[in-house]
Design a protein around this ligand. Sequence first.
Ligand code: PNS
Length: 157
Amino acid sequence: MTTAIYPGSFDPITYGHLDVIERAAKVFDRLIIGVLNNYSKKGLFSVEERLEMIKEVTFQYPNVEIMAFDGLLIDFTDKVGAQVIVRGIRAVSDFEYELMMAQTNKRLKDNVETVFFATSAEYSYVSSSTVRELAYFGGEIDQFVPPSVRQRILEKY
Ligand code: PNS
């Protein structure tokens, strides 16, 4: 059985993330969405809120679980017995950072592989930070996030 972790900040989850989740859930037996609890970086949403929002939009995938983690991602893979880290690549600009992370994690633990999913073209420009900025300035975000997430963002601003 292959367990994969899809880690990220998910502040908030977008259709771009959901595209990767839906596809990775078909490829791996068990997919854990790992939400980074970054104490030094205060996001728009608390980690609890992010977990709730992700639960609301991924309940239809029976092999998807959602967990928060802190510290090193590679230690989290150990804790949950994951063999694979999943990351989405939207554009060439993502690649350098992603390659650095993949190679660092491989150095730290040789038997964990990073697998990249090329984000579907229609979501290649979607990011959580763009969504937050659009919403902050009153822009429409319904193309980028599910309705339940949109509602929570509107409540914040
Ligand atoms: O959604 P993001 O912010 O691009 O996700 C980045 C994330 C959470 C995958 C990355 O920052 C991470 O793995 N953080 C945990 C700390 C860690 O393991 N750092 C070393 C990675 S080389």
